[in-house]
Design a protein around this ligand. Sequence first.
Ligand SMILES: *Cc1c(COP(=O)(O)O)cnc(C)c1O
Length: 432
Amino acid sequence: MMISGHLGVNFAGHLTVSGVDTVDIAKEYGTPLYVMDEQTIRENLRSLKEAIDRSCKNGGRVAFASKACSFKEMYRIVASEGCGTDVVSCGEMYTAMQAGMPLDRVYFHGNNKTDADLRYALENGVGRIVVDNFDELRALEAVAAELGKTAAILMRVTPGIDAHTHSFIRTGQIDSKFGFTLETGEVYEAVETALSLPHIDLKGLHCHVASQIFDEEPMIHAAEVMVGVMVEIKNRFGRALSELNLGGGFGIAYTDEDHPKPAHEYMELVGNAVTKTAENNDFPTPFVIVEPGRSIVAAAGLTLYTVGGVKRIPNVRTYVSVDGGMTDNPRYALYQAAYTAVLPEKAAAEPTETVTISGHCCESGDLLQENVPLPAVKRGDLLAFLTTGAYNYSMSSNYNRYPKPAVVMVNDGETRVVVRRETFEDVARNDI
Ligand SMILES: *Cc1c(COP(=O)(O)O)cnc(C)c1O
């Protein structure tokens, strides 16, 4: 049942977030609107950290994956839980810094960091730069030398593990734009190079197998392979690396058909695999970093829309148009991502028809979901998409010059705006 945990239905039959009526939230703040539950985010961070502490002999860190959801209040919440963050751009790094995230807990990713990006990261004292390729390694050495600094790095490894997920979000295989390939021996060449560069301090390795993984086997396998690589590096070069970043990817439920384990259960299995593989090889257990994005924020969020037109085409389909779309959630248009939709004013009502929910953009492909069972729906009704906390706000755009929705945080029965709704002025602010 998707309506569980912090989501409920009150005596009026309305959908609630931590007891707060979503119909009231929509009235107060308008639609389209992102709504997020703070306690859910905090509990997800804490339970993962506890699983790391239980299973990883030398401890570790949760580094929230910025790309899933990046705004200042998000970083404040993450930092206040003692966690760090990964960033893939200087824009994310800047936002994290502005929010007071300690830079030593920041991991800087990306397959194309420019010289300017590398300089920005070093000047601001970012904790670890996750080096993606040889060109970057040499460019970083040059920038660090110029600044008279040493760059602490992790090396991104592509371990060649197929996690059987959607090909658009699969990055662990050999055919990947990311990282140094393990199969070809490139990883060991890169380690040898890194160890020879005077302004590079190689701290450890990184990998990210895939996103939305439900099967623990590839995660455990990746952990074993990566510790094996660390052992091999020690054998070849006499250097025992001390940090292992295993990326993100813990799967979550978007519909009743999805049955993942809670992320902390995957974490415990992975952590145990790291500790055991290290001990079996007489290798010091590394400090383990994980970078979950989706599993921290997805379920904490929902999006509220108002229904506009309902177009019934007999024997074809019924389009239910809403006041948002690919501008606030491009994931269905991009890769047919599944979501659960409910009518907040009739959250307990039985479905009576199957509809297609379409967005407001001038684009036939702007659909939010097809084959959605809904109770009778009409213009003016509220409609909610559940599980939109990850990769929705962060992927939003101003296509068709729609202002981006606000983000409202629910905590302890109170609501507050954490990202203001854009205005028309915002949309045109850079136009000369
Ligand atoms: C996307 C990504 C993550 C986060 O993935 P989730 O599936 O959201 O947990 C973490 N690390 C890296 C390098 C990524 O590319």
